[in-house]
Design a protein around this ligand. Structure first.
Ligand SMILES: [Zn+2]
Length: 178
């Protein structure tokens, strides 16, 4: 099932971690609508501009999958554990909902992108300068390695904040890594 000319539902829901953990990563109708907007407003314009086929490395994640990726069974190095450490709270079922509420992959609004042959900073700069989006994050980018990390981008059906961040080992910083 195509969500836009070059992007299908299956490539926005496929996940090795879901398969490994027996998680059914299936969006409901609201999440489907968000994924269709993501494909039409972000993924397809990037495909059309660069003219290079690519598939997002991550799209929709149901809550069980988000938990497997971000918490990974109490691992102290997990994103959720680090988020809790910065707030001096414990990673547990009581603090999880606050963390989860801020995540945009589970709503179907976000995709993680890499385009073969295009430095991730150049990809993020093109999106920043040409597309409407809610959040654009250059993730784990490294100045000496153009292929390091990936570009996270979300599109909201409501208010798009046009927020631009770079996330490295020390946490989020405003703007892109240039
Ligand atoms: Zn992401």
């Amino acid at each position: 099932m195509h969500l836009s000319k070059n992007f299908t539902l299956s490539e926005l829901t496929k996940s090795v971690i879901a398969l490994q953990n027996g998680i059914r990563n299936e969006p409901n109708s609201d999440q489907m609508l968000s994924l269709t907007l993501l494909a039409g407003k972000i993924l397809q314009p990037v495909r059309d501009h660069f003219g290079i086929p690519y598939s997002p490395t991550s799209g929709f994640r149901c809550e069980a999958l988000e938990k497997a990726i971000c918490w990974g069974g109490n691992d102290a190095k997990s994103s959720f554990a680090k988020w809790c450490a910065r707030r001096a709270i414990m990673p547990n079922e009581e603090t999880w909902p606050d963390y989860f509420a801020k995540k945009s992959h589970p709503s179907g609004e976000a995709g993680d992108l890499e385009v073969p042959g295009i430095p991730n900073l150049a990809l993020a700069e093109w999106i920043r300068d040409n597309l409407e989006f809610d959040q654009l994050i250059l993730e784990f980018w490294s100045p000496g390695d153009p292929g390091a990390g990936w570009v996270h981008c979300s599109f909201s059906a409501g208010n798009n904040r046009h927020e631009v961040l770079t996330i490295g080992p020390g946490g989020p910083l405003a703007g892109l890594g240039d």
